[in-house]
Ligand binder design. Structure first.
Ligand SMILES: *[C@@H]1O[C@H](CO)[C@@H](O)[C@H](O)[C@H]1NC(C)=O
Ligand SMILES: *[C@@H]1O[C@H](CO)[C@@H](O)[C@H](O)[C@H]1NC(C)=O
Length: 238
């Protein structure tokens, strides 16, 4: 080892030491899947350590994921916490309309101790303008409409069982003007394929879930719950 690589080693070791309190914090692995993963062996997923899954249910107001039911039943039978997610198309109909469509097709929530709050996947438009042609204030109103509708149909106690918001910090900054008005009502599921979660959207001081990679040991995207087993249980209970 020459001097340069030795000092690189010292720096790397130092950063590992300073990072260790974070790495030692309790976190639980899970995944999110859609029909893209095809048929999934849920007992293998469980054996590989996944303890929760978000399953694609709906998109807009016309698309149902053909594999939602099989995935949901498979995860349930394997004893994995599960919840549905909705891919938002804020350009085609209102937030309330899409929340009701999601609720009617797998996005529902109840405090049965194994269902995660439904998630709103709001992110880059796969086929058009990044922000779906909406201004930042119109986008915030759309998300509020979705969230209020979801909560009005599922809420048991004030402030609980609101939908999860899945997004990236970049999209949220670009398309909502970095709105801070959901942080006190909606848990955050942040997507960032990196070794750290990075800057969060305004208002949230921590993420509930972190999607950190689009592949891994298990099928689908790889996620981490930011807490311990008791915390995941609490989330499922509202
Ligand atoms: C997933 O959906 C596709 C398309 O409908 C179907 O061919 C396939 O059998 C489904 N697989 C599972 C596991 O549900
Ligand atoms: C799932 O994988 C397990 C091994 O982990 C195997 O025993 C089982 O037969 C598989 N199930 C299906 C339906 O392929």
């Amino acid at each position: 080892m020459n001097f340069k690589s030795f000092s690189a080693f010292v720096l790397a070791a130092a950063s590992l030491v300073s990072a260790s309190p974070i790495e030692k914090r309790s976190s639980i692995p899970g995944i999110d899947v859609s029909n893209w993963q095809g048929s999934i062996n849920w007992s293998t997923v469980k054996a590989n350590g996944a303890q929760f899954v978000y399953i694609k249910a709906t998109e807009g107001t016309t698309y149902l994921d053909p594999n939602f039911s099989n995935n949901y039943v498979g995860a349930t039978n394997a004893g994995i916490y599960r919840g549905g997610y909705h891919f938002a198309h804020p350009d085609v109909s209102s937030g309330a309309t899409q929340a009701n469509y999601f609720l009617a097709h797998g996005g529902g929530w109840s405090s049965d101790g194994r269902t995660l709050p439904g998630a709103l996947d709001i992110e880059y438009n796969p086929s058009g303008a990044t922000c779906y042609g909406l201004s930042a204030s119109a986008m915030v109103s759309w998300i509020k409409d979705f969230s209020n509708t979801y909560y009005s149909k599922t809420g048991v106690y004030p402030g609980t069982s609101n939908d999860m918001i899945y997004t990236t910090t970049d999209w949220w900054q670009t398309c909502t003007g970095n709105s801070a008005s959901f942080a006190s009502t909606n848990p955050l599921w942040i997507a960032r394929y990196s070794s750290s979660v990075g800057t969060l959207p305004a208002g949230w001081s921590y993420e509930t879930f972190w999607q950190y990679a689009d592949s891994g040991t298990n099928p689908g995207d790889q996620d981490i719950f930011n807490g311990d087993a008791a915390g995941l249980k609490r989330l499922s209970l509202g």
